[in-house]
Ligand binder design. Sequence first.
Ligand code: NAP
Length: 350
Amino acid sequence: MSEKIPVAVLGATGAVGQKFIKLLQDHPWFEVTQVAASERSVGRRYEEVVAWKQNTPIPESVRILEVRPCTPDLDCRIAFSGLDAAVAGEVEDSFARAGCVVLSNSKNHRMDADVPLVIPELNHDHLGLIPIQRRNRGTSGFIVTNSNCSTMFLAMALGPLHRAFTVEKVFVATMQAVSGAGYPGVPSLDILGNVIPYIGGEEEKMECETRKILGRFDGEGIEFADFPVSAQCNRVAVEDGHTESVSVQLRTKASAQEIIQVLREFYGPPQQLRLPSAPEHPVVVMGAQDRPQPRFDVNLYGGMTAIVGRIRPCSVLDFKFTVLGHNTVRGAAGASILNAELLKAQGFLD
Ligand code: NAP
């Protein structure tokens, strides 16, 4: 009988940590054996300290676990990190030094030159940075990151277009869900009936992470994609799901029909390898003129897909469209789990 790989969830009590626990329930390859969080939670049972906000009960095997400190003596091969950025950097380093494979959701290491920032359908070859990272840092473990949640859906929509037509310029304005700010996140009196036109650091993340993800691994490092991204980020009173209005200029001129075809036919290693968390289609194009909408569409393919709609000519650049995705699933925990599945399939966990 094959044994599952033991995994720890760091920041297990937070919005992303809870999503890890939910998505890893009954996972065919991984089993949550450790949960860790801050001093506020350490030493108590998970069910006592977590403000559980998922629509399924806390898995029985996790409910009774004692919350541990985020120290690398945890018995795990993989550490899924949903840690607050204030502490993620050093904690994740310490786990990698201890030989752990760290899958991070935080901003701290995303732009490190030797850390892969991976969306498996787009840039699985960036995992070639792992031996370089191990050599540079003298560690047996390593860190792989996934992008900021709003970058995720922009990159998933742009990636196939960049391959087919070469992206030259991008404008994006986001409408981001409150769950993107963690729990308890934005106070209700600030967000109800309101739009907040500022999310600290978010625009900068979208503007540089997109270019790293769509960049080229040349055997030594990542050569960033050579197009500017201008992002404007807004927090709106939506529970889950980031919606983005995108305008794009393409070097090779294309028709709307060609763009739709490229997006609909797009797939990558997760689909080829039939990874357990891979959506059947990484990008879905909806035809109705008033879709996608977060309330109705965010959970398509289990929240693991980028949903595009309203593809139409732009009077300033070439085309504009809307893209929606689930910020704590494909935008966070689900992305890390898919990255871990890819690492296993490619032999990095042997
Ligand atoms: P959150 O709900 O505030 O959760 C933060 C977690 O970090 C909690 O488990 C908390 O534990 C733990 N923590 C805080 N201070 C700590 C310390 N000193 N030592 C150890 N653990 C500590 O935040 P979140 O939304 O889940 O976000 C987690 C990370 O993912 C952030 O870096 C965020 O930027 C990133 N991210 C979030 C989303 C999203 O949609 N929410 C998407 C992508 C990326 P306690 O409960 O014990 O305090």
